[in-house]
Design a protein around this ligand. Structure first.
Ligand code: PMV
Length: 309
């Protein structure tokens, strides 16, 4: 039996603009993980089961575009295994789906890791990420690749599509609360919506993407220098640009306002928007008041994560 896992992730700065070649910053969230377990089976071929989604399928008959089957096929292809081994793969995930925590990419990476290890050929983070990226395309259409990258490397990253991953330096650890609006958000739909609006008004949208790209670079500097207050102001500015892009949501706005009113140094949506999660920058002094403020404003799950520790 072989088990392997992969963390969740959040985007700190630059979501959506990253689909258009601008940089973005993302960090793994180790508190929530997807796990895949591979065991030898007494039936021929591969059976795949996921408690989270209720899936129970045979690789041989699964649709080509089924994400679980696709990542298994991609991994076997990478390992040049042409005959399906007799295996059972079970997936368990603590990550909520459609909440911007990267559940699809985390599940893919847990499967790649467990399967490659079980078959005696562990893969590099770069190869793992490339395989998961192929499946991200099935989930989201035109993903930037940031989810599979930050999860495969398991460290804070500055990401630009198609370029080598850059590690994001963190001068002083900082704490974020991640709060769920409870409104499921479809990354594919949110990305498609931005694409339509960009096509209708490319000048305004390119300017918004440039603004966000500039904020991301300032944020990377502030994070490297440990300038926590500045990180908060930049989060607020990034949120404004996301509102202008039409990817916020009244529930996100409520949670963001509640976080700021109860002492957060900055707050913004994280991920695709239109629901899903928001993040709030807190410290030891403000964390508990912000958590209470978020809960009173109706936040569902609230996670606390320390970046750079
Ligand atoms: O919803 P998430 O957390 O998977 O984030 C999507 C981030 C986008 O920039 C909107 C899309 C992408 O592929 O980068």
């Amino acid at each position: 039996m072989t088990s392997a896992s992969a963390p969740g992730k959040i985007i700190l700065f630059g979501e959506h603009a990253v689909v258009y070649g601008r940089p973005a910053l993302a960090v793994p969230v180790e508190q929530v993980r997807a796990t895949a377990t591979v065991t030898a089976a007494d039936h021929p071929g591969i059976r795949l089961r996921s408690a989270a989604t209720g899936d129970d399928l045979r690789l041989a008959t699964a649709p080509l575009d089924h994400p679980l089957a696709a990542i298994v096929r991609a991994t076997l292809g990478e390992l040049e295994i042409t005959q399906d081994p007799a295996l059972e793969i079970t997936i368990n995930s603590q990550l909520p789906m459609g909440a911007g925590l990267g559940s699809g990419a985390a599940v893919s990476l847990a499967i790649v890791r467990a399967l490659a290890q079980h078959l005696g050929s562990p893969l590099s983070a770069e190869r793992q990420s490339a395989l998961a990226f192929e499946v991200e395309k099935l989930h989201h259409g035109t993903p930037s690749g940031i989810d599979n990258t930050v999860i495969a490397y398991g460290q804070p990253v500055r990401y630009v599509g198609g370029q080598p991953v850059e590690r994001l330096a963190v001068g002083r650890p900082f704490r974020l609360l991640i709060a769920d609006t409870g409104i499921p958000s479809s990354t594919g739909q949110a990305v498609a919506g931005v694409r339509q609006r960009w096509q209708a008004d490319p000048v305004s949208y390119e300017a918004l993407f440039d603004t966000i790209g500039g904020l991301v670079d300032q944020a990377a500097e502030a994070i490297a220098a440990g300038q926590i207050e500045r990180i908060g102001s930049l989060m607020d500015a990034n949120q404004q640009a996301l509102v202008a892009m039409g990817v916020s949501h009244p529930r996100l706005e409520q949670l963001i306002a509640a976080a700021r009113d109860s002492g957060a140094a900055g707050a913004k949506l994280s991920g695709a928007g239109a629901g899903g999660n928001m993040i709030a920058l807190v410290d030891d002094r403000t964390a508990s008041a912000v958590q209470t403020g978020l809960r009173q404003a109706g936040a569902l799950g609230i996670l606390s994560t320390e970046v750079g520790r």
